[in-house]
Design a protein around this ligand. Structure first.
Ligand SMILES: [Mg+2]
Ligand SMILES: [Zn+2]
Length: 190
């Protein structure tokens, strides 16, 4: 039996969706800066009964640009900011590997999404939403039938012009615009 309603599950990429992205990697707590409205969006969705999970590639660990304690400090900042607004992030999954490590978790591979599905005892992620600014986020979610949502923050505009995102992708200006739309219409899926 599923532990949650998959229609109320939202899986978020981190860099470029929740916080400002950097081509030089987000390496320190000081460099972890929320995108305007993203914390409120997460809190609002949480308070409306959605379960929010974060899945993020963090190859900066493999590249020794920062260490796990710094990453955990960034994630504590994130969860604290969300809880100050009355919301909860259920899970943060990260891939610590580099592109040559042949792991199964680095997006576009779906390893972290499979783990989320297992966590909630779901056979796949049908009904859920996967929000990303890169095609690889959306491709990974699609492997488990999650609805892809592209935001124009971070690398989003670049992704949009590259047109390599899945065909059924929904597009929003940012996470806050997605949240507002979802909370007003209750369903974005056809
Ligand atoms: Mg990203
Ligand atoms: Zn990995």
């Amino acid at each position: 039996m599923a532990l949650i309603d998959p229609n109320k599950l939202i899986i978020l990429d981190r860099d470029g969706v929740i916080n400002e992205d950097s081509d030089q990697y987000v390496k320190s707590l000081e460099e972890w800066i929320p995108i305007k409205g993203s914390i409120e969006a997460i809190a609002d969705l949480s308070k409306a009964g959605y379960t929010l999970c974060v899945v993020t590639n963090q190859s900066g660990l493999a590249r020794n640009y920062f260490d796990e304690s710094t990453l955990h400090a960034m994630h504590k900042k994130l969860t604290n900011l969300v809880s100050e607004k009355g919301g909860i992030i259920h899970t943060i999954e990260y891939c610590p590997h580099g592109p040559d490590d042949n792991c199964e978790c680095r997006k576009p591979l779906p390893g972290m999404f499979k783990k989320i599905a297992e966590t909630f005892e779901l056979s796949d992620l049908s009904g859920s939403y996967t929000i990303g600014d890169s095609a690889r986020d959306l491709v990974a979610g699609c492997e488990l039938n999650s609805q892809p949502v592209l935001v124009k923050t971070g690398k989003g505009l670049k992704t949009l012009s590259a047109t390599n995102h899945p065909e059924n992708t929904l597009i929003f200006d940012d996470l806050n615009a997605f949240a507002k739309h979802l909370l007003s219409s209750h369903s974005l899926k056809n």
